[in-house]
Ligand binder design. Sequence first.
Ligand code: KIV
Ligand code: ZN
Length: 386
Amino acid sequence: MKNNKIIIFDTTLRDGEQSPGASMNTEEKIQIALQLQKLGVDVIEAGFAAASPGDFDAISRIAEAVSKSRVCSLARALEKDIKAAGEAVAKAKMNRIHTFIATSSIHMEYKLKMTPEQVIKKAVEAVQYAKTFCEDVEFSCEDAGRSDVSFMKEILDAVINAGATTLNIPDTVGYRLPTEMGAIIKSLSDFVGERAIISVHNHNDLGLAVANSLACIENGARQVECTINGLGERAGNAALEEIVMALRTRKDHFSGYETNINIKEIYPTSKLVSSITGIEPQPNKAIVGKNAFSHESGIHQDGVLKHTQTYEIMSAKDIGLDKNSIVLGKHSGRHAFKDKLCTLGYELKDEEINEAFDRFKILADQKKEIFDDDLRALVAEEITKI
Ligand code: KIV
Ligand code: ZN
């Protein structure tokens, strides 16, 4: 029986930074790493040490600053990359080297120009060399989503024997569907058994990164790689906040699965990442988008004002937001309108409400958003201030 602790591996500072326009300086990366530690992330992938002197410096400084999360650097299966990664994470209380090589036919033939046998040899050498720096070594089959499962079993067997402790199966190009990804993980997980932890790393090219990650968890993955706000190459990576809140909100389905995430830190972390990168999540982004806990239509507003769970499956407070919001617009109803006026300090008689509400509807047809000052102007003539 597998242990049901899900290790949260955050790669905002590595894959997330690969979002065009998301590059961060060392001080900004340290600030985010400290917040990820506060969030309760188990492993922080702090960067790709061989990529640049700046990345090396940021990883080394994070390694010194962070003590409760494991600090990891990415490295290709190359001696110079692994040496840089090993040196960069050397001072961390808990460290990891994450080395990878591609295992799909298209990558081996066209990108690496190597035979499968050469790829296995390179992977084994990389893991053995990484072990001279760190006890904890993760190996990834790049483009695993399009790799042959029997070949992956062969290479995974070889890297386990070389000392890899976590085996990552990335859907690098976001190609797989949840049932397919689940089946791949089931087959690999049954094959590997207790010899290593199976990890997944799903990209979002078809908008399936989170669904795929959840399917992988159900089929034996015990580490998920993800990013804050789903940042990452192209359409991004699986969003940490969505995976964690799905596991928590659907505990009935994901019974027994636990993470170390302190969910009250989700919103502050999302805000910090968007303010540093300048990349705001889309308004309708699940969990952390501006509209995720906002209600505009009259039917929904009336329901939520009577009982929040009529239209909310989780509470804004859970993720560290002050409260949900009732946004007044042309679909809003009398109940929300009256409630909003009360919060602004106005008390209306029934006939005043009716009249003000009619005028509000005319205004709402002309404006996308109704601000508090619009309401004050609207009702100024006919209401009695408390
Ligand atoms: O998407 C990917 O395959 C990666 C690996 C380097 C883990 O980011
Ligand atoms: Zn990736």
